[in-house]
Design a protein around this ligand. Sequence first.
Ligand SMILES: [Zn+2]
Length: 113
Amino acid sequence: MMDLTGHKYNMLTVLSFHSKTSEYNKWICSCDCGRECVKYGHLIRAGQTISCGCEKIRRSIESGKRNAASLVGKRFGRLVVIERDNGYNKHKKAMWLLKVSGKTHGASDSERF
Ligand SMILES: [Zn+2]
């Protein structure tokens, strides 16, 4: 078994061996974001696992924001999208601040326009 302890791969630093499943070894890792996680060694070394998962979340939020930007200023019937709200609804959909007939309407996700 290759000892990964102390090695750093992308955002993960391997702290110690965790366990062995039927085929693969799992390692306890410390992520750059400060969280600890248990990941498969072969995926870490192959670069398929690069963080505890925070990187994926960050990337999806960023791409969500990019998509989100395109709705600002758009009109949907009586609704005008003023700006992107900071939040997401429970389905991780982007939320939008809307104006209805000149009044600010509050945040809504685009499915309800
Ligand atoms: Zn992380």
